[in-house]
Design a protein around this ligand. Sequence first.
Ligand SMILES: CCCCCCCCCCCCCC(=O)SCCNC(=O)CCNC(=O)[C@H](O)C(C)(C)COP(=O)(O)OP(=O)(O)OC[C@H]1O[C@@H](n2cnc3c(N)ncnc32)[C@H](O)[C@@H]1OP(=O)(O)O
Length: 232
Amino acid sequence: MSGTDAVMRRVFAVREREAMDAATEAALAGLAARVRELTEAVVHTAVDPAEAAAVAAEVAALAARLNAARRAEPPIARIGGNGLVRQLANPVSGALNPVAPPVEIEFTPDGGVRTAFTLNGVYEGPPSFVHGGVSAMVLDQLLGAAAAANGTPGMTATLELRYRRPTPWGVPLTATAKVSRAEGRKTWADAVIAGPDGRTTVEATAMFIMPVGAHGDGGSSGDVADGDAPRG
Ligand SMILES: CCCCCCCCCCCCCC(=O)SCCNC(=O)CCNC(=O)[C@H](O)C(C)(C)COP(=O)(O)OP(=O)(O)OC[C@H]1O[C@@H](n2cnc3c(N)ncnc32)[C@H](O)[C@@H]1OP(=O)(O)O
């Protein structure tokens, strides 16, 4: 087990969960993608009530088929080649979670993280624009990934959002995050979401705290990953 692997497991108390083979993961990712399409269709559909009721009955039957064999907990945690925990069913980035857009996070050469994504009408808040809580969720995840990429993962202690202008849905968005400071168990990071014109729509600052004991020494140090810091 790598140093980062061990720290991430302690920080997030990742328990061993039932292993998932690649074929199952691919099949469930495909299922989640179809359910995302279904969700979008439900939000936009204009079919008549009888048709909506008929489809609801079919969806209930499909849920019953899936529930015929259940895991006790969502599938989690694969440690990626970069040393970061990949949550397969994370609600922001998990390919196996239909609620997730999903937002795919990549590492940047400067030690930060970035993502390019498009949110559809499922995530609408004000008419034509993304719900502010959805932007916060995406930014929390991205900021957390930046803290982890810095080798100083933790729990979100504070998350401050500044909504500069509305974030449109249905168009390509980008978001970036980077750690600004790490002291002891605390790590601060900044992030922005930008619209297709490159203008910032939301800014965020977060502080993450590594829980006591996560480092295995009472949590007094911020250099959690030592020489094994995850970098993309
Ligand atoms: C499986 C995992 C996958 C991960 C994938 C990678 C990407 C991850 C992406 C994840 C993204 C999503 C991530 C999520 O969704 S994380 C989920 C959302 N966050 C939480 O649920 C956190 C809940 N809170 C806690 O667990 C504890 O309160 C924590 C751990 C935060 C601190 O409890 P602890 O007992 O350790 O604290 P302490 O009392 O010893 O205080 C220590 C110091 O900290 C200061 N302080 C404390 N709290 C706050 C506060 N709220 N604001 C400002 N300051 C605070 C305090 O004054 C003191 O300062 P000082 O006196 O020393 O100066």
